[in-house]
Ligand binder design. Sequence first.
Ligand code: HEM
Length: 164
Amino acid sequence: MKDGFLGFRTSFMLDFVVVALVLIVPILLYSLYMVKYQRRFTLHRNLQLLLGVILLVAVGLFEIDLQFVQKGWQNVVAKRTIPLTEEQFGFVRTVLRIHLVFAISTPLIWAMTIILALRRMPSPPQPCPHSELHKKLGWLSTIDIVLTSVTGLVFYYFAFVAKY
Ligand code: HEM
């Protein structure tokens, strides 16, 4: 287990966060379908809060593992059976930086979307004057989390899976 459970030389928490990022996308699409086409506002709120908690726990544990247990992503990459050349390592670092742009902005914008919705929308939730801003923030949050997920998987592939 110390090398993860997806079959590559990573870490348990890295694999855990990869699975969480993949699972989040279909739940999010379902929640958006429910609010946009079925007008199931309370279900949408509950699903979004659940996703928020999953994100917070997964990313929190992941960061603790990566920073304090593994002591940096470089140490995880160093577990590869065939080490990366300097050029490949540079490429992987660039992919990681792109991923971090989305990964860092996502929790901030998710928190803002959730906090404003809980404060400004009625309970049980209904369309209201905050709807217009909520829809903009909601779609921005959606795009951000999808890009976090996609770029995270690209990083995982080039850092741990690719044979080059
Ligand atoms: C990060 C969390 C959330 C995201 C990403 C999100 C996303 C969205 C999106 C994209 C829409 C617009 C769908 C469309 O185009 O018609 C929407 C609508 C809505 N959301 Fe959220 N939402 C989140 C959290 C919440 C929460 C916590 C509540 C309730 C407190 C809520 C209540 C609503 C309601 C009532 C609508 C319908 C607005 C209307 O049609 O006038 N959402 N949400």
